[in-house]
Ligand binder design. Sequence first.
Ligand SMILES: *[C@@H]1O[C@H](CO)[C@@H](O)[C@H](O)[C@H]1NC(C)=O
Ligand SMILES: *[C@@H]1O[C@H](CO)[C@@H](O)[C@H](O)[C@H]1NC(C)=O
Ligand SMILES: *[C@@H]1O[C@H](CO)[C@@H](O)[C@H](O)[C@H]1NC(C)=O
Ligand SMILES: *[C@@H]1O[C@H](CO)[C@@H](O)[C@H](O)[C@H]1NC(C)=O
Ligand SMILES: *[C@@H]1O[C@H](CO)[C@@H](O)[C@H](O)[C@H]1NC(C)=O
Length: 850
Amino acid sequence: MKCLWGGHFPLIILLYLLGDVTSQVNPGVCRYPLGMSGGQIQDEDISASSQWSESTAARYGRLDFEEGDGAWCPEITVEPDSLKEFLQIDLRSLHFITLVGTQGRHAGGIGNEFAQMYKIKYSRDGSRWISWRNRQGKQVIEGNRNAYDIVLKDLEPPIIARFVRFMPVSDHSMNVCMRVELYGCEWLDGLVSYNAPAGEQMSLEGQPVHLNDSVYDGAVIYSMTEGLGQLTDGMCGLDDFTHSHVYNVWPGYDYVGWTNESFPNGYVEIMFEFDRTRNFTTMKVHCNNMFMKHVKAFRQVVCYFRSEADWEATPLSFSPVVDNVNLSARFVTISLANHMASAIKCQFYFAEAWMMFSEITFQSDTAMYNTTLAPPKTGSSPPTSTQPGDDPTHKIDDSNTRILIVCLVAIILILVAIIVIILWRQVWQKMLEKSETFAYSHNNPTSSSAPSEQESSSTYEHIFPLGPDYQEPSRLIRMLPEFSHTSEDAALTSTAVTASKAPTATVAQDGVPHYAEADIVNLQGVTGGNTYAVPALTMDLLSGKDVAVEEFPRKLLTFKEKLGEGQFGEVHLCEAEGMKEFIDEDFSFNISDNHPVLVAVKMLRADANKNARNDFLKEIKIMSRLKDPNIIRLLAVCICSDPLCMITEYMENGDLNQFLSRHEPEGQIALISNVTTVGYSDLRYMATQIASGMRYLSSLNFVHRDLATRNCLVGKNYTIKIADFGMSRNLYSGDYYRIQGRAVLPIRWMSWESILLGKFTTASDVWAFGVTLWETLTFCKEQPYSQLTDEQVIENTGEFFRDQKRQIYLPQPVLCPDSLYKIMLCCWRRNTKERPSFQEIHRVLLESQA
Ligand SMILES: *[C@@H]1O[C@H](CO)[C@@H](O)[C@H](O)[C@H]1NC(C)=O
Ligand SMILES: *[C@@H]1O[C@H](CO)[C@@H](O)[C@H](O)[C@H]1NC(C)=O
Ligand SMILES: *[C@@H]1O[C@H](CO)[C@@H](O)[C@H](O)[C@H]1NC(C)=O
Ligand SMILES: *[C@@H]1O[C@H](CO)[C@@H](O)[C@H](O)[C@H]1NC(C)=O
Ligand SMILES: *[C@@H]1O[C@H](CO)[C@@H](O)[C@H](O)[C@H]1NC(C)=O
């Protein structure tokens, strides 16, 4: 059943049929969304201290809404210790509020503002504001971790209020946006405050029992004034007053108690004030009756009523039967005989040395509380437990009726079960159909992650198969069974409905985010190739240094052909003369003197903007770090004048994809058709070199992000060097999935977490290596998953994520021995930690060669 609450299901209506009403509020049931997301709360009842713009006004602060710019955002950044900003909701009447939900500004991926913490203030009359505290006295509530998840928090104690303010709090200056919802029900008691003598302290066998009203929200000096507290928190005390429902509190927590020693008149007077004049039927007082510990319910109560300004002359008096037998705590019901009043003053007479109350409720007019479960919108299923205490208002005496109801219930349950099955199927179907676009926020690899865990996240407009509704990534994850949250014992504890178990792309950002910060970072560098993701630490080290390569005289380059192009530049194949003089001695560049060599020249167009220039210079610095026999090396640069160039190695046989396409495996067909062949051992040798180059890259914590045969160059004797300009080449545009004309992604080579979460790590390079190995073994005769469309490839990624054995793996190539296919399958393991390292892959390939 649990899953049902995640959606908006009509069968809730069926459950209503089973509903019941009761005369006092039940916090376990009183958890209805009060109308921020549902729209019952009008725009004019939502206000705020300030707004960033008209499109982030208070009325956009509705949970789960995407209107306007996606949330309420205050005008200025939230500073530590300043509580100036708030979002205020006027519920128009008193409500019992048990739960709050918050969410940040996601706005289809553009937004990334949320409140990590917040406080709540509330008011019953609009003038006296009270700061909410939990039962431990803490005011700050943990809020959101990202811009899209809804986080629900139980309010313990619950609030009785008409006005509620959400006040974002931060420990550093930051932009905050919020969407909120309140959950609860109308406060039918209409009680605004009770005034009573302060609760006292009992000494029981030498131990203190504190009978004060610990959550009273009015003033407490000698007496309690103008507040509500434990007598209205919906929580009845246990039979033994020294114990409590609440964890980790002092003895006597649930009760407010007094001793006859302090009240010479023999009674305790409590005054109740109401929101308006009401027609009262009953008052119920929940009393302790542990007579052997000198606690009893009251002997008599005398109540006075005030309707307009004056107290009625004749009071109402009631004497319950003093119970010397039953130790149970109980509700004592007092008939108030349809008195009209806006205030009631009652004198409770001691029957023993002590008198202890835990709840007092009022029934007036004809209003009754529902006990039907609320249909929560978000995910936590409210507990169904009902309060201890009787409900005399709605008893079913007729046994025929009872049988009828039992039958109805049975029929309805069967119907419900059928509907559940149907809906469940539909939900799954929906998830498998259609693509949706969403985006991730961008985080620079700034946080100094552990060297072995280096990763970078890129932003790109994002695709995932889902229904027509807009879906955030985490919402999606939540719908997947392996991430459905399990903590359902939610009655008294905080329930955070987040996909905290799921890996999410967003990381709390340092620095100040800006509105509309929608920088779509793609993998592409300025000249069209992919850029390596580099640990922040390395970048810092590089930033100080001058480029460690020589300036090369431009005139010694001879253009041969254009290899590819990007937004701000091109990649040319050139011949360079006299290159030997310009390169490091430690680099054995096996060329005979004065013989021109083939080089690839990445060239920035002269009209490129400043950012592009900076990116290009950064790329030079990164490339200059790479010194490995299996990685294309930066040979020289031309940065003294425009256009800026970087000159890298090139290999005479071109890239591995084209190379293998021109060749055939050894065998009959090759003999007949007379094409050149490549043996299996050569394929394995080339794969080993790729693994070796990647091992080097990963040792520097560089992430390639576009490993594929098109990015491996082939030299003499099957030597391989890994390059990075495959993405710039028109030839391979079919290998990339273009998103809104901006970012291109090699989805057929990408791991599920790169596609779904924007996470690029060495482990995702390992995944791409598996695909590269597969290409190699199939002689690049077909694209990976050639039978699938791009959308289907992305759907398949979802299956990898869900891991329900429905994912499609690339098949074992004909030439490929089991041992090699096993490596591939290891590379495509769902869990990144279970994938082998390049070191291991290299070792296994090397050993299989021997
Ligand atoms: C009872 O349930 C209805 C239906 O959702 C709701 O509108 C109403 O506010 C509830 N009443 C109370 C007192 O909670
Ligand atoms: C109630 O008594 C407890 C225990 O002495 C104390 O910690 C708490 O502050 C008191 N609360 C109020 C509101 O007086
Ligand atoms: C109060 O309610 C009762 C029962 O609904 C009704 O009979 C009585 O007339 C009401 N009293 C007033 C003053 O309206
Ligand atoms: C004692 O009172 C409680 C609450 O009113 C009731 O449920 C229980 O049955 C009573 N026990 C006895 C022995 O009468
Ligand atoms: C308080 O109640 C106890 C028990 O009923 C009684 O013995 C005692 O005299 C009372 N004290 C006062 C001051 O009334």
